[in-house]
Design a protein around this ligand. Structure first.
Ligand SMILES: [Zn+2]
Ligand SMILES: [Zn+2]
Length: 576
């Protein structure tokens, strides 16, 4: 795992190697710097200590010249060689080294022959054909660099939680086929279940570090190995739409809990823990909780928190938002779990724009162990999504009745996703709405027009169960409605209408902050998958992740109740 000083010096040495290569140097000198950087990254002890004890030269991979430079860095905080090597090399060229398929040699040639200084310059010389005309390059190579640039730019983006989760699960499954590890788990923001993550962090407890890292770098889909050593591996994995950086760290079994805690974060939470530890005369690190030299805890997260006088804190809460005080007082909320949901309140069938029949939806719901499922196809004015005319709605309901007669253990609820029209009226008359078990009202047009007023008007209708995707944002790009979510939340609490947490991963709407606002006003939340296709119902897990990040408990969520009690606002249950 190294420490920050080791990493800083390693980064300096790599930078020297990069600069030399860009300037056209190659061969053993460059390789020596790279090797030394790698050795330092993996070094388990503090390099300063090694230097003080005069053992620098004993480390294999660090020669005399480099040992001197390390000592210079320890004395002065920098290395003259670094300044000398990087002098005159445009800063932008270093970034180009991160582009898959683009080596320092090519950067050197393009710099020398064409004077490129940045990514923008590189793009230019690719598109005007000048790069391809250089000796030893050609159109094929230029094209592959263009692809590399695309990948590089995607790599800078955050990965949506569903893709990140699937990849992490797949990597973990792959690791389980390799050399045995005591424990293995994703860490980082994935484990905290944020709506998107940067890099993926995977942690393993094992004594056989380098074999495990070797196996990790052979994961199918690895397109680039950034680092590999005895305690750490780092790779790029190229997926269909993203390039992911995945880091594997290996820790000894007795540090597992401390390392998992440390690498799960968040930073703010860990800073708070460290200062709490300090106040208690303890020290907490990725190796354990220590009193002086003595390790008080480290093998499990529970032990580490307990050593600090705290209950174990669910990862989703670790954001320094007051969770540490609650953990000390034994007052942490019991967060909602996926199994608390008794049904899904928002799915589409082939009657509107879904691709599954109601029967197929029912089997999916049964597989998930649900007690009920609300079929909520679109209402009449949404033609682009196959909105149902009243006559068509009757056909759909006849199919629901037919299935309910034969289904065991699952109740299909008659529902609709009813549009809130531009005047705030609903897209079906009250006679129809009154016959439905579940009405989710939502806006699909007029995103800028009186949205708040329209939503509140819709909530006054006694048949409305919930407002679906209340802000309309799409994670892939679209900004949401011009809506005042505070006023909507207030009205929702007053009228007893739920606000939806739409678990579709492109929506996750309400988001965690708005969820907190809504429940702070006493509002109730309904969680729906907004399923359109096979497998979509399982996205509910990402909604649960967000709900937990917002500290929601079972009591906050409408569809943890039996279906007969869904309508808090009415005396009687849903019709039929
Ligand atoms: Zn919708
Ligand atoms: Zn929908």
């Amino acid at each position: 795992m190294g420490n920050s000083r080791n990493r800083e010096i390693a980064a300096g040495l790599s930078r020297i190697a990069d600069a030399l290569e860009i300037k056209g140097d190659s061969g053993f000198k460059v390789m020596a710097y790279r090797r030394a950087a790698r050795v330092l990254e993996d070094l388990p002890e503090d390099i300063a200590r090694v230097a003080i004890e005069g053992r620098l030269r004993e480390i294999s991979g660090i020669g005399k010249g480099i040992a001197q430079k390390i000592e210079e860095h320890l004395d002065t905080g920098t290395m003259r060689k670094l300044l000398e090597a990087t002098a005159g090399v445009p800063e932008g060229l270093f970034d180009l080294l991160n582009i898959p398929g683009l080596g320092a040699r090519t950067i050197h040639i393009a710099y020398r022959e064409l004077g490129i200084r940045s990514l923008a310059d590189l793009r230019q010389v690719i598109s005007d054909g000048r790069l391809a005309s250089l000796p030893g390059l050609g159109p094929k190579k230029a094209e592959s660099i263009r692809n590399g640039i695309e990948l590089f730019e995607r790599a800078g983006r955050r990965i949506p939680i569903d893709r990140a989760t699937r990849l992490a699960e797949d990597v973990v499954a792959w690791m389980k086929q390799g050399p045995p590890a005591e424990r293995i788990s994703p860490a980082g923001s994935l484990r905290r279940r944020r709506e998107s993550v940067g890099d993926l962090d995977i942690l393993a407890a094992s004594d056989g570090g380098s074999e495990l890292v070797e196996h990790f770098t052979r994961y199918p889909g690895v397109t680039r190995i950034l680092a590999r050593g005895g305690t750490r591996g780092s790779v790029h994995i190229t997926g269909p739409e993203f390039e992911y950086q995945v880091d594997l760290r290996i820790v000894p079994k007795e540090s597992w809990g401390a390392a998992l805690q440390y690498f799960t974060g968040s930073k703010a939470h860990n800073v708070r823990l460290r200062s709490l530890a300090k106040d208690m005369g303890l020290k907490i690190s990725e190796y354990g909780v220590y009193r002086g030299e003595r390790r008080e805890a480290g093998a499990t997260e529970e032990d580490c928190y307990r050593a600090l006088g705290l209950d174990w804190i669910p990862p989703e809460m670790r954001e320094d938002r007051g969770e540490i005080r609650l953990a000390r007082e034994g007052d942490l909320p019991r967060l909602i779990e996926e199994k608390d949901l008794r049904g899904d309140l928002h799915v589409h069938s082939v009657f509107s724009d879904g691709s599954l029949t109601i029967e197929e939806l029912a089997s999916a719901a049964l597989r998930r162990g649900y007690e009920y499922l609300a079929i909520c196809d679109h209402s009449q004015s949404v033609d682009y999504a196959g909105g149902l005319s009243p006559a068509r709605l009757l056909e759909q309901q006849a199919e629901i009745d037919r299935l309910n007669r034969k289904l065991k253990g699952l109740r299909l609820l008659k529902g609709a996703e009813v549009d809130i029209l531009s005047d705030g009226k609903l897209d079906y008359p009250d006679e129809i709405l009154g016959g439905l078990d579940v009405v989710v009202a939502s806006i699909h047009s007029g995103f800028r027009k009186n949205v708040t007023r329209r939503m509140i008007a819709a909530m006054r209708n006694p048949h409305v169960t919930a407002i679906a995707h209340p802000t309309g944002r799409l994670l892939s790009g679209r900004e949401g409605y011009a809506v005042d979510i505070e006023s909507v939340a207030e009205a929702a609490a007053e009228f007893g209408v739920a606000l939806e947490l739409n678990a579709c991963v492109d929506r996750l709407d309400l988001d965690e902050n708005n969820l907190r606002r809504a429940v702070a006003r006493g509002g109730r939340i309904s969680i729906g998958s907004d399923s359109h296709h096979s497998g979509d119902m399982d996205m509910i897990r990402f909604g649960i992740g967000i709900a937990r990040r917002a500290w929601l408990t079972k009591e906050h969520v409408l569809n943890t109740r039996p279906w007969k009690n869904l309508h808090g606002r009415r005396e009687q249950g849903p019709s039929r």
